[in-house]
Write a protein that binds this ligand. Sequence first.
Ligand code: 6LC
Length: 414
Amino acid sequence: MQSEDEEFPIEVIALSDFTGNGSDQLAFANGDRLLVHAKPSSDWWWAELSGVIGYIPASHVCPGGATEEDTSMPDPWQDEEYFDSYGTLKLHLEMLADRSRTEAYRQVIISNSASLKDKVMMDLGCGTGIISLFCAQLAQPSMVYAVEASSMAEYTKKLVKQNNCEEVVSVLQGRAEEIELPGQVDVLVSEWMGNCLLFEFMVESVLLARDRWLKEGGVMWPSSAALTLVPCQADSYFSEKMHFWERPYGLDFTPLQSLAQQEFFTKPKFSYLIDPTDCLSTPCDVIQLDMYTLQVKDLEEMHGHFQFWIDRSGTFHGFTAWFNVDFKSMEPGGTAVQLDTGPHSEPTHWKQTLFMSDRPVSVHEGDSISGSIVLHRNPVWRRHMTVSLHWNINSSSKDASSCQAGTKSFPMWR
Ligand code: 6LC
């Protein structure tokens, strides 16, 4: 948002190319110097390039500075901000209080306790150390390296001592990419999943640690992960943000609807709890990750396809996404533990993510929705991504079979 002490215009430098939509957005190329005249929102700024004026996405530019020599670039990983946030208790409380999540990891340790005997483990991004402490208390690994980059690690050391686990758990403060261990590990466990599975891209740190520190034949927990999608109805959310403008206090506020659409439906809605009855079809896994074979470069663009059969008539407002992960068993004949963050399981702190389309469409039992999803990692801001959805609604009605296409890209968050 516009801060009062900013003096316009401000010079900024483009970090990547931007095409613009031709109407009110300004196209520019990587390295262009633009003048920002106003910041009407935190995401879209009003700017000028060679005498042409238009909106630019704030995420594609960085402060210009007055001189050519000023090359200070922002950190594309935003690590300072990221690890600062994990240095306070707010997020750790949210994660620890999430019983489905925390109990799933505890169950993995309990059900593999025999196999964990004398194993060397790494807990990547251990936070307050809960998973490492479970390992020390419920199994007998020879060593658990608890790796944590934020300042929480100082407290984690105290918690390990307080719970008499210091002989087994060794807390290493630092980024997993930079720490040194005496040798490789048998098991790499981590809770790295973000919204829509990949947001934050902590998974990259896990893959790099796997390639450097996991023994040949070692175990990855989670072992696989999947992003799940379902076409859905979102009546109350739609009414709350769109119908509202139709007749507030007896007045016609509909000229605000396109603004409302832009403001409320451009980005996905995080922390959405979908009512299972709002699922218009059986959910389907659209992207699957094998944590043994996944490569960092695969994360740049992940593609998935879907075909949903509508099994209840209603209004199609968009799609809801969530994820599940599997922890394969190390025990002979043992079964995998699963953590499912969908609407048919206990809610987790991730909840679900709602992607609103721009136009509600009536759908009927027997119709189908086919299409594709692409998760495109932001080339500049490495913890962010854009989710693009393309879909065709194929109506099966007796009188006229028809097909309606839709497409929309959702930045998360940049
Ligand atoms: C877990 C995030 C925790 O992992 C949090 O405490 C953060 O500081 C730590 N972390 C993240 N990346 C690294 C890294 N490369 N090296 C060391 N510690 C790291 C929950 N976040 C999600 N599940 N998204």
